[in-house]
Design a binder for this molecule. Structure first.
Ligand code: PLP
Length: 278
């Protein structure tokens, strides 16, 4: 640490990203990347975009938002894209948590949540999972705090049904409930269908796992217009061009070419079943 490092960050323990070894002598599973390449359409579009990187990318991300709105049956103002979903999760900690809205999440879940809380200097509590690693819904209903839940959870892989997510969201009307759906495409019900019903629900997804784009860094968030506006206030106050031209086009193709990605997810799930049996 230099003698110039701000005291407000001096006690911070950064998140340790999954190791990225260079030698490819074994099968690497630690960061849940897809072993399959992006769709041929995505690659073609990215090649076209590469010629235009002398120009800034579109800070409004309009084209990809329109495509996503169509795919998910929502309004283009109810979705936003960020530099990986880690980016939107951090914005959510910044936007919806403070002394009045402390944070709560399960004790066993995505390891970045406590780091985001510490980085934003927000008090947080963890709630233990039950002995079978499932989450007890009653622990969260009416808790009156900002809630982060990965569904399916990581690293347990256990998903709550949509009716349980809805009980938690409905049971905390004065706090934002963030549902991190990084793995939902591999099995699980998405809560995006609930964003028109609840103004306190933010759903995040990522193109890193099921859409084969971990290296392009593309995350998405779904919520009512006002929530998305708040997050955009933070995005525009830090880095409005946080998505580059290539990522935007790769992502748009990934959202469009649903069939390709669904087939990949099925292959991955089949490999998982086969490996678990060995
Ligand atoms: C991988 C992962 C993320 C973040 O992924 P990005 O690559 O930043 O989009 C978020 N939440 C969970 C639970 C994850 O496993």
């Amino acid at each position: 640490m230099s003698r110039f490092f701000s005291e407000k960050f001096s006690a911070l323990t950064p998140y340790t990203p999954g190791e990225q070894p260079r030698e490819r002598t074994y099968i690497k599973l630690n960061t849940n990347e897809s072993p399959y390449p992006p769709s041929p359409i995505a690659l073609r579009m990215a090649r076209q975009a590469a010629g235009n990187v002398n120009l800034y990318s579109d800070p409004t991300c309009l084209s990809i938002r329109k495509t996503a709105a169509e795919r998910y049956g929502i309004d283009a103002d109810e979705v936003m894209f960020t530099n990986g979903s880690d980016d939107i999760l951090n914005f959510a900690f910044m936007a919806f948590c403070d002394e009045r809205h402390p944070v709560v999440f399960p004790d066993i879940t995505y390891g970045f949540y406590p780091v985001f809380a510490a980085f934003n200097r927000i008090p947080y509590e963890t709630i233990p999972l039950q002995d079978d690693f499932t989450l007890r819904v009653e622990d969260y209903v009416g808790i009156g705090k900002t809630i982060f839940i990965a569904n399916p959870n990581a690293p347990t892989g256990i998903a709550l049904p949509l009716c349980d997510i809805e009980r938690i969201v409905a049971g905390n009307p004065d706090n934002v409930v963030v549902i991190d759906e990084a793995y939902v495409d591999f099995g699980g019900e998405s809560a995006v269908s609930l964003i028109h019903k609840y103004d306190n629900l933010l759903v995040t997804q990522t193109c890193s796992k099921s859409r084969n784009l971990a290296g392009a860094r593309l995350g998405m968030g779904f919520g009512c217009k006002a929530l998305i506006q708040d997050l955009n206030t933070l995005r525009y106050s830090t880095n409005p061009y946080n998505l580059d031209r290539l990522a935007l086009l790769l992502g748009e193709a990934a959202v469009k070419d649903d069939g390709y990605y669904k087939a990949n997810c099925e292959k991955i799930a089949a490999t998982r079943e086969a490996s678990a049996k060995r």
